[in-house]
Design a protein around this ligand. Sequence first.
Ligand SMILES: CCCCCCCCCCCC(=O)SCCNC(=O)CCNC(=O)[C@H](O)C(C)(C)COP(=O)(O)OP(=O)(O)OC[C@H]1O[C@@H](n2cnc3c(N)ncnc32)[C@H](O)[C@@H]1OP(=O)(O)O
Length: 194
Amino acid sequence: MSGTSPALTPPADAVPPVRHPDAPAPGELLGAHYGQCFGCGDDQPHGLHLQARAGEGVSITAEFTVRPAHQGAPGLAHGGVLATALDEALGSLNWLLRTIAVTGRLETDFVRPVPVGTTLYLEAEVTAVSGRKIYSTATGRLGGPDGPVAVRADALFVEVKVDHFVHHGRQEEIRAALNDPDQVRRARAFEVNP
Ligand SMILES: CCCCCCCCCCCC(=O)SCCNC(=O)CCNC(=O)[C@H](O)C(C)(C)COP(=O)(O)OP(=O)(O)OC[C@H]1O[C@@H](n2cnc3c(N)ncnc32)[C@H](O)[C@@H]1OP(=O)(O)O
Protein backbone atom coordinates (compact mmCIF):
# COMPACT_ATOMS: atom_id res chain seq x y z
CA MET A 1 0.00 0.00 0.00
CA SER A 2 1.50 3.32 -0.98
CA GLY A 3 0.51 6.64 -2.44
CA THR A 4 0.72 10.34 -1.89
CA SER A 5 -1.97 12.26 -0.05
CA PRO A 6 -3.55 15.37 -1.64
CA ALA A 7 -1.49 17.52 0.77
CA LEU A 8 1.65 16.37 -1.06
CA THR A 9 0.30 16.80 -4.58
CA PRO A 10 1.76 20.02 -6.05
CA PRO A 11 -0.87 22.59 -7.03
CA ALA A 12 -1.51 23.52 -10.66
CA ASP A 13 0.66 26.67 -10.36
CA ALA A 14 3.73 24.73 -9.14
CA VAL A 15 6.90 25.08 -11.20
CA PRO A 16 9.92 22.80 -11.69
CA PRO A 17 12.74 23.42 -9.19
CA VAL A 18 15.70 25.55 -10.29
CA ARG A 19 19.17 24.51 -9.20
CA HIS A 20 21.03 27.50 -7.73
CA PRO A 21 24.02 28.55 -9.90
CA ASP A 22 26.32 28.28 -6.84
CA ALA A 23 25.05 24.84 -5.82
CA PRO A 24 27.81 22.23 -5.35
CA ALA A 25 28.66 20.40 -8.59
CA PRO A 26 27.27 16.90 -9.16
CA GLY A 27 29.37 14.44 -7.17
CA GLU A 28 30.40 16.96 -4.47
CA LEU A 29 29.63 16.28 -0.83
CA LEU A 30 27.23 18.86 0.61
CA GLY A 31 28.64 18.80 4.13
CA ALA A 32 26.65 19.11 7.34
CA HIS A 33 24.33 22.11 7.71
CA TYR A 34 24.93 22.02 11.50
CA GLY A 35 27.56 20.03 13.41
CA GLN A 36 25.08 18.90 16.10
CA CYS A 37 22.36 17.80 13.64
CA PHE A 38 21.11 14.30 14.47
CA GLY A 39 20.88 13.50 10.77
CA CYS A 40 24.13 14.87 9.33
CA GLY A 41 26.23 16.48 12.07
CA ASP A 42 29.87 15.40 12.35
CA ASP A 43 29.96 16.48 16.01
CA GLN A 44 26.82 14.58 17.03
CA PRO A 45 27.92 11.27 18.59
CA HIS A 46 24.38 9.83 18.61
CA GLY A 47 23.59 10.87 15.04
CA LEU A 48 23.20 9.09 11.71
CA HIS A 49 26.19 10.89 10.12
CA LEU A 50 24.45 10.88 6.79
CA GLN A 51 26.57 12.42 4.05
CA ALA A 52 24.69 13.73 1.04
CA ARG A 53 26.28 14.20 -2.36
CA ALA A 54 24.92 16.54 -5.03
CA GLY A 55 23.38 14.85 -8.07
CA GLU A 56 22.16 16.25 -11.38
CA GLY A 57 19.42 18.88 -11.33
CA VAL A 58 17.97 19.22 -7.84
CA SER A 59 18.80 15.75 -6.58
CA ILE A 60 21.14 14.14 -4.09
CA THR A 61 22.37 10.70 -3.14
CA ALA A 62 23.36 9.62 0.36
CA GLU A 63 24.35 6.48 2.23
CA PHE A 64 23.41 5.46 5.73
CA THR A 65 24.64 2.32 7.49
CA VAL A 66 22.30 0.94 10.15
CA ARG A 67 24.16 0.46 13.46
CA PRO A 68 23.12 -1.55 16.54
CA ALA A 69 22.02 1.72 18.22
CA HIS A 70 19.37 2.13 15.49
CA GLN A 71 17.37 -1.03 16.29
CA GLY A 72 13.63 -1.22 16.86
CA ALA A 73 13.02 -4.97 16.69
CA PRO A 74 16.02 -7.27 17.35
CA GLY A 75 18.46 -6.91 14.49
CA LEU A 76 16.24 -4.53 12.51
CA ALA A 77 16.30 -0.77 12.03
CA HIS A 78 13.71 1.30 13.89
CA GLY A 79 11.18 2.84 11.50
CA GLY A 80 11.59 6.27 13.08
CA VAL A 81 15.32 6.16 12.42
CA LEU A 82 14.67 5.28 8.78
CA ALA A 83 12.18 8.16 8.55
CA THR A 84 14.89 10.42 9.99
CA ALA A 85 17.35 9.32 7.31
CA LEU A 86 14.73 10.07 4.64
CA ASP A 87 13.91 13.44 6.25
CA GLU A 88 17.60 14.37 6.32
CA ALA A 89 18.17 13.32 2.70
CA LEU A 90 15.11 15.32 1.61
CA GLY A 91 16.13 18.31 3.73
CA SER A 92 19.59 18.40 2.17
CA LEU A 93 18.00 19.05 -1.24
CA ASN A 94 17.22 22.59 -0.16
CA TRP A 95 20.97 23.27 -0.14
CA LEU A 96 20.87 22.94 -3.94
CA LEU A 97 18.07 25.52 -4.10
CA ARG A 98 19.92 27.73 -1.58
CA THR A 99 16.68 27.91 0.38
CA ILE A 100 16.25 27.45 4.13
CA ALA A 101 13.27 25.16 4.68
CA VAL A 102 11.84 22.87 7.33
CA THR A 103 9.78 19.71 6.98
CA GLY A 104 6.06 20.46 7.07
CA ARG A 105 4.88 16.99 6.14
CA LEU A 106 6.64 13.66 5.63
CA GLU A 107 4.84 10.54 4.35
CA THR A 108 6.81 7.31 4.53
CA ASP A 109 6.30 3.81 3.10
CA PHE A 110 8.22 1.02 4.81
CA VAL A 111 8.47 -1.62 2.11
CA ARG A 112 11.10 -4.07 3.41
CA PRO A 113 12.73 -4.62 6.82
CA VAL A 114 16.24 -3.17 7.06
CA PRO A 115 18.70 -5.33 9.04
CA VAL A 116 21.44 -3.90 11.26
CA GLY A 117 24.68 -3.65 9.26
CA THR A 118 22.84 -2.84 6.03
CA THR A 119 23.83 0.24 4.07
CA LEU A 120 20.81 2.11 2.81
CA TYR A 121 21.39 3.87 -0.51
CA LEU A 122 19.22 6.97 -0.58
CA GLU A 123 18.30 9.16 -3.51
CA ALA A 124 16.09 12.22 -3.32
CA GLU A 125 14.89 14.94 -5.66
CA VAL A 126 12.76 18.06 -5.60
CA THR A 127 9.80 17.59 -7.93
CA ALA A 128 8.07 20.99 -7.75
CA VAL A 129 8.04 24.38 -6.03
CA SER A 130 5.03 26.58 -5.31
CA GLY A 131 5.79 29.81 -3.46
CA ARG A 132 7.34 28.77 -0.13
CA LYS A 133 6.35 25.12 -0.63
CA ILE A 134 8.94 22.63 -1.85
CA TYR A 135 7.73 19.16 -2.91
CA SER A 136 10.22 16.30 -2.87
CA THR A 137 10.51 12.54 -2.95
CA ALA A 138 13.09 9.97 -1.81
CA THR A 139 13.82 6.25 -1.90
CA GLY A 140 16.17 4.07 0.11
CA ARG A 141 17.53 0.85 -1.42
CA LEU A 142 19.18 -2.10 0.25
CA GLY A 143 22.79 -3.02 -0.36
CA GLY A 144 23.44 -0.85 -3.44
CA PRO A 145 22.07 1.95 -5.62
CA ASP A 146 20.19 -0.63 -7.72
CA GLY A 147 19.09 -2.81 -4.79
CA PRO A 148 15.48 -3.41 -3.80
CA VAL A 149 13.53 -0.45 -2.41
CA ALA A 150 13.18 -0.70 1.38
CA VAL A 151 11.74 2.73 2.18
CA ARG A 152 10.37 5.68 0.31
CA ALA A 153 8.96 9.04 1.25
CA ASP A 154 7.25 12.11 -0.13
CA ALA A 155 7.57 15.42 1.64
CA LEU A 156 6.57 19.04 1.74
CA PHE A 157 9.20 21.46 3.01
CA VAL A 158 8.24 25.04 3.80
CA GLU A 159 10.71 27.90 3.28
CA VAL A 160 11.56 29.88 6.41
CA LYS A 161 13.94 32.70 7.32
CA VAL A 162 16.92 32.27 9.67
CA ASP A 163 14.72 34.04 12.24
CA HIS A 164 12.67 30.82 12.49
CA PHE A 165 15.57 29.17 14.33
CA VAL A 166 16.60 32.27 16.30
CA HIS A 167 13.02 32.68 17.53
CA HIS A 168 12.18 29.04 18.29
CA GLY A 169 15.54 27.47 19.17
CA ARG A 170 16.93 27.15 22.70
CA GLN A 171 19.07 30.21 23.37
CA GLU A 172 22.11 28.18 24.48
CA GLU A 173 22.50 26.53 21.08
CA ILE A 174 21.49 29.65 19.14
CA ARG A 175 24.18 31.69 20.90
CA ALA A 176 26.79 29.00 20.22
CA ALA A 177 25.79 28.81 16.55
CA LEU A 178 25.93 32.60 16.13
CA ASN A 179 29.42 32.62 17.70
CA ASP A 180 30.66 29.92 15.33
CA PRO A 181 32.02 31.53 12.14
CA ASP A 182 31.63 28.25 10.20
CA GLN A 183 27.96 28.04 11.16
CA VAL A 184 27.33 31.67 10.23
CA ARG A 185 29.02 31.07 6.86
CA ARG A 186 26.78 28.04 6.22
CA ALA A 187 23.65 30.02 7.12
CA ARG A 188 24.69 32.86 4.79
CA ALA A 189 25.24 30.40 1.95
CA PHE A 190 21.61 29.34 2.39
CA GLU A 191 20.27 32.86 2.69
CA VAL A 192 21.49 34.24 -0.63
CA ASN A 193 18.71 33.56 -3.09
CA PRO A 194 18.94 34.46 -6.78
C1 LIG B 1 21.28 27.67 8.99
C2 LIG B 1 20.85 26.54 8.14
C3 LIG B 1 19.75 25.80 8.77
C4 LIG B 1 19.14 24.76 7.89
C5 LIG B 1 18.21 23.97 8.70
C6 LIG B 1 17.63 22.85 7.97
C7 LIG B 1 17.10 21.85 8.94
C8 LIG B 1 16.76 20.57 8.26
C9 LIG B 1 16.57 19.47 9.26
C10 LIG B 1 15.92 18.29 8.61
C11 LIG B 1 14.50 18.60 8.33
C12 LIG B 1 13.73 18.73 9.63
O1 LIG B 1 13.61 17.81 10.36
S1 LIG B 1 13.04 20.25 10.00
C13 LIG B 1 12.37 20.05 11.65
C14 LIG B 1 10.96 19.49 11.68
N1 LIG B 1 10.00 20.47 11.22
C15 LIG B 1 9.62 21.52 11.97
O2 LIG B 1 10.06 21.74 13.11
C16 LIG B 1 8.60 22.47 11.38
C17 LIG B 1 7.53 22.84 12.40
N2 LIG B 1 6.45 23.57 11.71
C18 LIG B 1 6.53 24.91 11.52
O3 LIG B 1 7.46 25.58 12.02
C19 LIG B 1 5.47 25.54 10.69
O4 LIG B 1 4.28 24.76 10.72
C20 LIG B 1 5.90 25.74 9.21
C21 LIG B 1 7.16 26.63 9.13
C22 LIG B 1 6.19 24.39 8.50
C23 LIG B 1 4.76 26.41 8.45
O5 LIG B 1 4.31 27.54 9.20
P1 LIG B 1 4.16 28.98 8.55
O6 LIG B 1 5.47 29.56 8.20
O7 LIG B 1 3.27 29.76 9.47
O8 LIG B 1 3.44 28.75 7.17
P2 LIG B 1 1.93 28.32 6.82
O9 LIG B 1 1.25 29.54 6.32
O10 LIG B 1 1.32 27.52 7.92
O11 LIG B 1 2.21 27.30 5.62
C24 LIG B 1 2.77 27.74 4.38
C25 LIG B 1 2.14 26.88 3.29
O12 LIG B 1 2.53 25.50 3.53
C26 LIG B 1 1.37 24.68 3.75
N3 LIG B 1 1.66 23.73 4.82
C27 LIG B 1 2.29 23.97 5.99
N4 LIG B 1 2.39 22.84 6.72
C28 LIG B 1 1.78 21.87 6.00
C29 LIG B 1 1.53 20.47 6.23
N5 LIG B 1 1.94 19.88 7.34
N6 LIG B 1 0.89 19.77 5.27
C30 LIG B 1 0.48 20.39 4.14
N7 LIG B 1 0.68 21.71 3.86
C31 LIG B 1 1.31 22.44 4.78
C32 LIG B 1 0.27 25.65 4.15
O13 LIG B 1 -1.01 25.13 3.85
C33 LIG B 1 0.61 26.87 3.32
O14 LIG B 1 0.16 26.66 2.00
P3 LIG B 1 -0.47 27.85 1.14
O15 LIG B 1 -1.58 28.41 1.92
O16 LIG B 1 0.66 28.82 0.93
O17 LIG B 1 -0.89 27.17 -0.14
